[in-house]
Design a protein around this ligand. Structure first.
Ligand SMILES: [Zn+2]
Length: 429
């Protein structure tokens, strides 16, 4: 068995390599000259809308530590003009943000003086530097087209690796973990789990640059089918399961009924015991001793123990994004131990004043992506089902996708792309 974290790292490295290769790939009809610059055959209007026939055109990539003026001084551009351009255009593009290995194109006149330069900021936008007497900088976006792809696969190691093997944009893995955040723990995916995903792929000039919406998906995890359908109508824009229930689940607003907030979340409050200002990274709900404390969302217990300051407490991991904690319990409910699965609303303990507490209350703490946040300021998804007036439309959409999703999923042979090919391309002269 190979180590899962290592595989994730390997996948991420492969993604990085892949992107670099895409950026460096030579256009058809071009060749690399001895000095490493790329000479492009003269077509009339290029992908930036510039008529190349008026210029000598040179393509290259930014080298390590190369500055904006380093790029232009070989082309006889007046240094004062470079400085002026960089300073006046700073709000549009700061030339100090040039990145190594990004491609650029220089357009020179017959005297070898650069008139224009285009820098590929990222896969979807580029910067045009006009080097004339009135120099200016313009930021332009490339045209992005969406194509719908229907992909499937059986997982061998990880979702990332399986997607990469099939030349599917790895961002799909992140999107899938968002869509099914409450249904599937993507860190527990097993060999043999399978997927069929219908999604929008974003292309620029035929190259994958990103992922739009996951339109419909079926994920087979431990032999159970999970479905997600993207539905957009009116102000609704959400993923639903096959029965029209939202896949996103909202948290309960409070872990106890019939309580009052005795102290809110604050990054700076006056501590009554310590007599100084101190952050309070939780919300205190005062309630009678013994009042049941409920899990505010489905999840898995990761701690149920006693601490000197926290008293008796329970900590629950809900998904990759959210974790909650409940402090000062008089008693932890029976059965709560690391690994216990809890449902939203399930009693996990009882209000008390154990640990550092002056009265009966539960201190409720809420983490989002590892940061403690005020849960009352979080925009929690509404977890309602499809509104009645849209149900018919939803069913039509679902049934159409269902036919596609029902196609058997078979393991696809590995394309060997991009890991092997990418390295070959880097090594080529
Ligand atoms: Zn507190």
């Amino acid at each position: 068995m190979r180590d899962r974290p290592l595989l994730v790292i390997a996948a991420l490295i492969a993604v990085g390599t892949f992107l670099v290769i895409q950026a460096n790939s030579l256009p058809i009809g071009s060749e690399r000259s001895m000095d490493g610059l790329i000479k492009t055959a003269s077509l009339s209007v290029d992908e930036y809308g510039i008529d190349q026939s008026q210029y000598e055109v040179l393509d290259a990539v930014v080298a390590n530590n190369e500055t904006f003026s380093d790029l232009l001084t070989p082309y006889n551009v007046d240094y004062q003009r470079i400085v002026q351009l960089a300073s006046e255009g700073r709000n549009i593009f700061d030339v100090r943000q040039l990145r190594a290995r990004r491609p650029y194109r220089v357009y020179t006149d017959s005297a070898g003086v650069a008139r224009l330069m285009v820098y590929e900021k990222d896969l979807t936008s580029y910067v045009v530097f006009d080097l004339s007497e009135n120099p200016k900088i313009q930021l332009e976006n490339k045209e992005v087209t969406n194509v719908i792809r229907d992909v499937s696969g059986v997982i061998d190691n990880s979702l990332y690796a399986t997607l990469l093997d099939q030349n599917i944009h790895p961002a799909v893995a992140g999107r899938m973990s968002e869509v099914f955040a409450w249904q599937i723990d993507f860190y527990r995916i097993q060999k043999g789990d399978a997927f069929r995903i219908i999604f929008e792929e974003q292309l620029v000039g035929g190259e994958m640059v990103g992922v739009g919406e996951i339109l419909a998906a079926r994920f087979v995890h431990m032999n159970a089918d999970y479905y997600g359908f993207f539905f957009h109508e009116g102000d609704i824009q959400e993923h639903y399961d096959e029965s029209g229930k939202s896949l996103r689940k909202a948290f309960l607003m409070a872990p106890v009924d019939f309580s009052r907030i005795s102290s809110g979340f604050s990054s700076n409050r006056f501590h009554p015991v310590q007599k100084r200002y101190k952050a309070h990274l939780g919300t205190d709900y005062a309630a009678d001793r013994g009042t049941p404390i409920r899990a505010t969302g489905d999840g898995v217990v990761i701690a149920a123990t006693y601490g000197q300051y926290n008293g008796n407490y329970v900590k629950i991991k809900h998904n990759e994004t959210y974790t909650t904690q409940y402090l000062h319990m008089s008693k932890i409910a029976s059965g709560m131990r690391p690994g216990t699965r809890v449902r939203q609303g399930q009693t996990i303990g009882y209000v008390g004043a154990t640990g550092l507490a002056t009265g009966n209350h539960v201190c409720y703490r809420f983490w989002k992506n590892g940061q403690q946040v005020d849960h009352r300021r979080e925009k929690m998804a509404s977890s309602g089902p499809i509104p009645v007036q849209y149900m018919n439309d939803f069913e039509i959409l679902r049934d159409t996708y269902m036919v596609q999703l029902a196609t058997p999923i078979v393991p696809t042979p590995k394309s060997r792309f991009p890991m092997i090919d990418a390295h070959a391309a880097v090594a080529a002269p």
